[in-house]
Ligand binder design. Structure first.
Ligand SMILES: N[C@@H](CCC(=O)N[C@@H](CS)C(=O)NCC(=O)O)C(=O)O
Length: 384
């Protein structure tokens, strides 16, 4: 049954559910969150999606939507108020860049802090995973949760998380937290007084894993308390926040970008650039080897449906180490949205964006291109 509300199948500890949930809360649309253990979800909804994944949204009209970016697009199209799309064209590009950065680049880091420290947070994680398992005797539930956890922990090597790169990864996270904390000392949201897709995208890694799990949660609270406070703010319905009395619930006037956000962009471009370039090269290589690269062909090394498909492994220099991991075509798909927003700018707006990219070191990354576009169709990535 659909009805008069949205349904979000999710779990509290899911990275991508955190993005969709904060969006629904801020948007103020009627929604009900239902556990992923729901028999209707497993029996009827997942077969419609085509593979097991959360979160999944059902609209009041009964449409099933997967991928948090598609979920937000869908609701924005029918409910433009309250307005979370920045008024300024440069602001819109910035928001799209940070949405893609949070939703993709930070995934390995979030997974690292959950699974490399599994032992220290075993009871918390096991209890969380057990919650999302269909009812069965408690001990059996915990045991099943353990197996599921081992499956997710097993994703680390493909995400590039190995002992050799962990110190560089942790150092890069400290750098990011420092610039974010400074920003949130002065502003309630990334683009000033209103949340935007920048905030929702960044909630993906920064809420369920990095703020909620005990080990990274302690790190965030003790080294970047303003970032932690923002993760709480993002899950309240109000847009104005008592922490910032008198701060107008609006995007900055004249398409301005807060100075403290430029520092965040700077870190994002520097940290993500080498990896995205490697992903693009790997994709083009995979494409060149396809006998018949017809539009609609699934983007996946083995043609199987996957939540995070890859098309080969990448290896590149990053912060003094060699990063080796499965390629991430999803990053390319997502970042292309920001590139398309940038390409649509002309005249004055294009010049202001070029200045901003020059100041934040983003010009080279914005120019990364694949020889064919990637689309999403039927809940998977396909060749355009
Ligand atoms: N791009 C998807 C990613 C969703 C996703 O990765 N969900 C995770 C849970 S947070 C999942 O279901 N993973 C299952 C898997 O990777 O097999 C989105 O934005 O919704």
């Amino acid at each position: 049954m659909a009805g008069d509300h949205y349904t979000l199948w999710a779990t509290p500890h899911s990275l991508y559910a955190g993005k969709a949930r904060s969006y629904l809360i801020k948007k103020g649309v009627p929604y009900r969150e239902v556990s992923a253990a729901d028999p209707e979800f497993l029996g009827k909804v997942i077969p419609q999606v085509g593979h097991m994944v959360i979160p999944v949204l059902r609209t009041p009209g009964g449409e099933i939507v997967q991928d948090t970016t598609a979920i937000i697009d869908q609701i924005e199209a029918v409910t433009p108020d309250p307005d979370f799309v920045p008024a300024g064209p440069v602001q819109r590009v910035v928001a799209a860049v940070l949405d893609a950065f949070g939703s993709n680049y930070l995934l390995p880091l979030a997974m690292h802090y959950r699974w490399s420290y599994r032992e220290q947070q075993e009871l918390f994680l096991r209890t969380e995973f057990a919650r999302a398992i269909p009812p069965m005797p408690h001990e059996q539930r915990l045991e099943t949760a353990g197996k599921l956890m081992t499956r997710f922990a097993g994703f680390l090597p493909n995400l590039g998380v190995t002992a050799a790169v962990i110190p560089a990864m942790e150092e890069s996270y400290a750098e990011l937290l420092a610039v974010l904390d400074k920003h949130f000392q002065q502003h309630p949201y990334l683009l000033g007084g209103r949340p935007s897709i920048a905030d929702f995208g960044m909630m993906a890694p920064l809420h369920a894993h990095l703020a909620r799990d005990p080990v990274p949660g302690f790190l965030m609270k003790t080294t970047a308390p303003n970032v932690f406070r923002w993760t709480e703010r993002m899950n309240t319905a109000a847009i104005e926040d008592a922490d910032f009395p008198g701060y107008a619930p609006a995007f900055p006037a004249d398409d301005a970008v807060p100075e403290t956000l430029e520092a965040v962009l700077n870190v994002a471009f520097a940290q993500w650039g080498p990896g995205l370039a490697a992903d693009a090269a790997c994709f083009d290589q995979w494409l060149a080897n396809l006998p018949d690269p017809a539009p609609g062909q699934m983007v996946s090394h083995n043609g199987a449906r996957q939540v995070h498909p890859h098309v080969g492994r990448v290896s590149y220099a990053w912060r003094g180490v060699t990063m080796e991991r499965g390629s991430q075509p999803h990053s390319l798909w997502h970042f292309a949205r920001a590139q398309a927003a940038a390409a649509a700018l002309t005249g004055e707006d294009a010049a202001r964006l070029a200045d901003l990219l020059g100041r934040t070191g983003g010009a080279a990354m914005m120019a990364i291109a694949t020889s064919r576009p990637i689309r999403r169709e039927n809940n998977v990535l396909v060749l355009g």
